[in-house]
Design a protein around this ligand. Structure first.
Ligand code: KMH
Ligand code: ZN
Length: 267
């Protein structure tokens, strides 16, 4: 299963002209990634000038336009941008996307802090439960797996869980193969997982995930280059690279409906 992280909160047009901002641009990029082989898109909201927003209306428009154009699964970010309050981060869940992220811990994020204390995590997990939206548990460091397991005990998360290992954020766990193998070893039986490597680590870690029977997240949120110094023309080009490698490795590419089944999503 390939997830395309087509727009995050940090990459701006100054970094790459190919990052989509408007719901229209986001929907078109989602369609293009689906065509390349992505089963799901991970999205943040942006204002027309590129400023990050988790605004309910923006997410509603993004979901409507994506669904108008393709059958790709839609995963909303509940992380938003550093500094946003929890209520702002989860407004979009009212639209009941196919999936949404849940980061189970606080992490240094470059010079800033991506804040996820337990009350914040519980608020997001409760809202996900209330709306019937399946979480993708975002893991930036090992303790976050333990916290997810604790939330299972508290009844806030229901196994089997899908984890996404976000490796190589400055302040989080490094993008090494050893990190990946350690994290895989921490997961309870029946879990599924994907890897999102940051920057130049994106494609090497995607390959490692494919080799290990896992799933992959690539896209301009995490990495803007297709090769050293060469900008990817869109997240779809990174999806193309993953598809090529998966084919060589003999791993089939999941369609959205196969991914929905795999993740036990109710569509
Ligand atoms: N923008 C980061 C601070 C998520 O999407 O859930 C948080 C983030 C995680 O991107
Ligand atoms: Zn994100």
């Amino acid at each position: 299963m390939i997830t395309a992280a087509i727009v995050g909160a940090e990459v701006m047009r100054e970094h790459t002209p190919h990052v989509p901002y408007t719901p229209e641009e986001i929907a078109e990029e989602a369609r293009r990634c689906r065509e390349s082989g992505a089963a799901m898109v991970h999205v943040h909201g942006r204002k027309d000038d590129g400023a990050p927003t988790q605004d309910r209306e923006t997410f509603g428009e993004i979901l409507r336009l994506i669904r108008e154009r393709s059958d790709v699964l839609v995963q909303f970010s509940t992380g938003g941008a550093v500094g946003m309050g929890v209520e702002e981060r989860i407004e979009g869940l009212d639209h009941c996307p196919d999936m949404a992220t849940l980061t189970t811990g606080t992490v240094n994020f470059g010079e800033e802090v991506f804040m996820n204390d337990l009350p914040t995590i519980r608020t997001i997990a409760e809202r996900l439960k209330e709306k019937g939206v399946r979480p993708e548990v975002e893991i930036f460091d090992t303790g976050m797996v333990d916290t997810a397991l604790r939330l299972i005990k508290e009844g806030l998360l229901e196994p089997p869980l899908h984890f996404d290992f976000v490796l190589g954020v400055q302040g989080g766990m490094s993008a090494r193969i050893e990190s990946l193998d350690f994290l895989i070893g921490m997961l309870p039986e029946g879990s599924t997982w994907s890897v999102a490597g940051m920057g130049r680590h994106e494609l090497p870690l995607a390959k490692a995930a494919i080799d290990r029977g896992g799933h992959v997240r690539v896209g301009l949120e995490d990495n803007i280059y297709i090769s050293k110094g060469v900008l990817a023309r869109g997240s779809w080009e990174l999806v193309d690279a993953v598809v090529d490698y998966a084919e060589q490795a003999g791993r089939p590419i999941a369609t959205p409906s196969e991914a929905a089944e795999l993740l036990q999503l109710t569509r």
